[in-house]
Design a protein. Structure first.
Length: 202
């Protein structure tokens, strides 16, 4: 979802600038000091379900993360060409499945702005499976719920650990996104066939 269809610029700004600013206000800190205090806490849980869980961060930081996200919802937007790609995918008759590490509340909030789920036949938050996409145990759990054929499935993501887990499960058609954040340079995509954005897949 984020960094593949929706512009990750929002998430990077939210977690690296906006949230530290709000945390600084609450705790009477300079923003730089707030960012310095938050960085190791973020790093400690990166790649786990806690990292993606706004309930966890609300409790951990004493802030209503969902409410703060809603305040800046207008900043959520699609990556260039993503909507056209989704329309093309629909016209192709393929089954379209959204799989995201985003918390269900985060997905619901972003959906208010983007109507993203309108473009899919099914959508899943990994929170329902108790493991993120980069965890090997996630994929058999998803497959039990959504019985796709791995060697006929196209999976697109901007995260190398996620793509590694999908590859290990046997998904044959993998594509990495080089420009998940429209405001940053291309990122390294390792061994994976890459596109700047999903529009190239049309």
């Amino acid at each position: 979802m984020d960094g593949t269809l929706l512009d990750q610029r929002f998430d990077n700004w939210f977690w690296q600038e906006h949230l530290p600013s709000r945390y600084a206000e609450v705790h009477g800190l300079a923003q730089a000091a707030a960012s310095e205090a938050l960085a190791p806490r973020f790093h400690a849980v990166r790649g786990t379900m806690q990292w993606y869980c706004i309930d966890y961060w609300s409790a951990e930081l004493g802030l209503d993360i969902a409410a703060i996200k809603r305040e800046v919802l207008h900043r959520v937007g699609y990556l260039p060409g993503a909507l056209e790609f989704l329309d093309k995918l629909k016209a192709s008759g393929k089954r379209r499945v959204l799989v995201t590490n985003a918390h269900p509340v985060t997905l619901a909030i972003k959906n208010e702005q983007s109507r993203l789920t309108d473009h899919f036949d099914a959508w899943y938050s990994t929170h329902a499976f108790h493991a993120p996409k980069e965890d090997a145990v996630f994929w058999p759990r998803l497959h039990a719920r959504e019985p796709f054929v791995p060697d006929r499935t196209l999976f697109i993501d901007d995260s190398l650990p996620v793509l590694d887990a999908a590859h290990a499960f046997g998904i044959a058609w993998l594509r990495a996104v080089r420009l998940p954040d429209s405001g940053r340079p291309r990122q390294d995509t390792g061994r994976y066939v890459a596109v700047d954005g999903v529009a190239e897949l049309m």
